[in-house]
Design a protein around this ligand. Structure first.
Ligand code: DLL
Length: 434
């Protein structure tokens, strides 16, 4: 099986553009009618749905950002009736509030198709056994790949994350030919296999669909060698749907964007002006067919490049490069999106003996991301008993876990020991090399 949906994936560019144009015109009308927050944006610049005649008019439309999701928390951007929403997912916002996404039945079907297309790009078929080790729950990784694998007709193993020894046992006994997880977890699995004395030849794995965090070609080579598989890069974000917005093909030279559903643009992050193919900038998406929570010109904050150069795999869909970085300060720690501002609000709301000075260090030890947060405490508590300090440390670690879902190590330090800066405070260091 070479393509899941050859008609779309190999459509000539002219017909694709016509499809995108039709969908954009319908989308703008639908959103104008059903999403007051976006109507207000259009009204503010004097734009009517009738001004949008095709995909070439897209740059007239106002942008949307994570802030719009926050301002309309939780369901304010839903453009369909609540009874038509059959699923919600959520990911971290910049403060305590989550970024919530709603899907109708059709949205789930479209998304499952994207994940099915992605699995086929990684060489899978209805005969495959797909081991899904992305987290199940509000995170889109697990359920997204799960529905894709089922749509393809593969035998789906909903392993979810954690308990690596059991994952390895399942991989061996069920004979999965593909593994879906973050690239750092794939390396961790390889490490654990070595410790358990399980050889890659004992597994039936042929391919992995790895994403949800940045990685590099060096990591790809290491994963491929250690697990004896082909490692494919899968990209997505919950606001747009989840995994399967773009996916590597057999050429492993850029991820094809599923442009019939998600229209990509690159913009200059300062001027917000559109940029051309081959130029680096911020990636922006419009969800051409979504009903639950459609987004128009959503700024992903991810930096990359698009190319429309022909691809030897036969697909005509444009490709995006690896994500080079972000235009905001979001960190991805073991696949969990974390904003320093969230950490700050947990610290500041937790205990009055904490001074507003902290420093976050992110690193990768034994293939696993680590995060240490140094926090200054005031004189009073610092002169208290060691037990008090120990309790405070435990409380902060517990609060960070319950509020943001990360296992951080908190280190309490004495007053006035963390560096102060005169300009913009530098509070994060990321020592990971990918
Ligand atoms: O990470 C969806 C996903 C799940 C993608 C499983 C792939 C596989 P969010 O939690 O909303 O959604 O995080 C989205 O993660 O804006 C990127 O910054 C980053 N990201 C996702 N995939 C990749 C990738 C899921 N392949 C944010 N390479 C995005 C680099 C990635 N960064």
């Amino acid at each position: 099986m070479k393509y899941y949906n050859k008609k779309i994936e190999c459509m000539d560019r002219k017909s694709l553009k016509e499809l995108q144009s039709r969908r954009l015109v319908n989308l703008v009308e639908f959103v104008y009618k059903n999403m007051p927050a976006y109507k207000a944006k259009m009204d503010a610049v004097g734009l009517l749905p009738s001004h949008i005649k095709g995909i070439d008019d897209i740059s007239k439309l106002p942008f949307m950002t994570k802030q719009d999701l926050r301002d309309n928390y939780p369901f304010g951007l839903f453009a369909s009736k609540k009874r038509d929403i059959i699923r919600v997912h959520a990911s971290s916002g910049t403060t305590g509030k989550l970024t919530v996404v709603g899907y109708t039945k059709r949205d789930i079907d479209d998304w499952a198709e994207c994940c099915a297309r992605s699995l086929v790009m990684a060489g899978m078929s209805g005969d495959s056994v797909v081991h899904v080790a992305y987290g199940y729950g509000l995170f889109t990784g697990g359920l997204g790949m799960h529905y894709g694998a089922e749509k393809l007709g593969a035998m789906t193993v909903p392993a979810s994350g954690g308990n690596t020894a059991r994952q390895i046992l399942l991989l061996k006994d069920f004979g999965a030919d593909s593994l879906c997880c973050t690239p750092s977890y794939a390396l961790y699995i390889a490490d654990e296999m070595e410790k358990m004395g399980v050889k890659k030849e004992e597994l039936n794995l042929k391919a992995g669909l790895f994403g949800a965090e940045p990685w590099s070609d060096n990591m790809r080579i290491e994963i491929e060698n250690r697990l004896g598989i082909k490692a494919y890069d899968i990209y997505g974000l919950s606001e747009i749907s989840g995994p399967g917005v773009a996916m590597d093909c057999c050429m492993q030279n850029g991820k094809h964007v599923f442009e019939d559903l998600f229209f990509p643009e690159i913009i200059d992050k300062e001027t917000l002006e559109p940029k051309g193919y081959g130029e680096e900038g911020e990636l922006v998406f419009t969800t051409l067919n979504k009903q639950g929570m459609p987004l128009i010109r959503y700024r992903t904050r991810d930096i990359c490049t698009l190319t429309d150069a022909p691809c030897a795999c036969g697909r005509t869909l444009v490709r995006m490069t690896r994500v080079f970085g972000r235009t905001d300060d979001m960190l991805i720690i073991r696949g969990v999106n974390v904003f320093p501002s969230q950490i700050e609000s947990v610290l500041m709301n937790s205990d009055e003996s904490i001074a507003p000075h902290y420093f976050i260090t992110v690193d990768r030890v034994n293939m696993q991301d680590t995060i240490e947060i140094k926090v200054e405490v005031n004189e009073k508590i610092f002169s208290d008993e060691v037990k008090e300090l120990e309790n405070l440390k435990k409380k902060l670690e517990h609060d960070l876990f319950t509020m943001i879902g990360i296992n951080a190590t908190v280190k309490l330090v004495s007053p006035n020991t963390l560096p102060r800066s005169e300009g913009k405070a530098r509070r994060v260091e990321d020592l990971r090399t990918l």
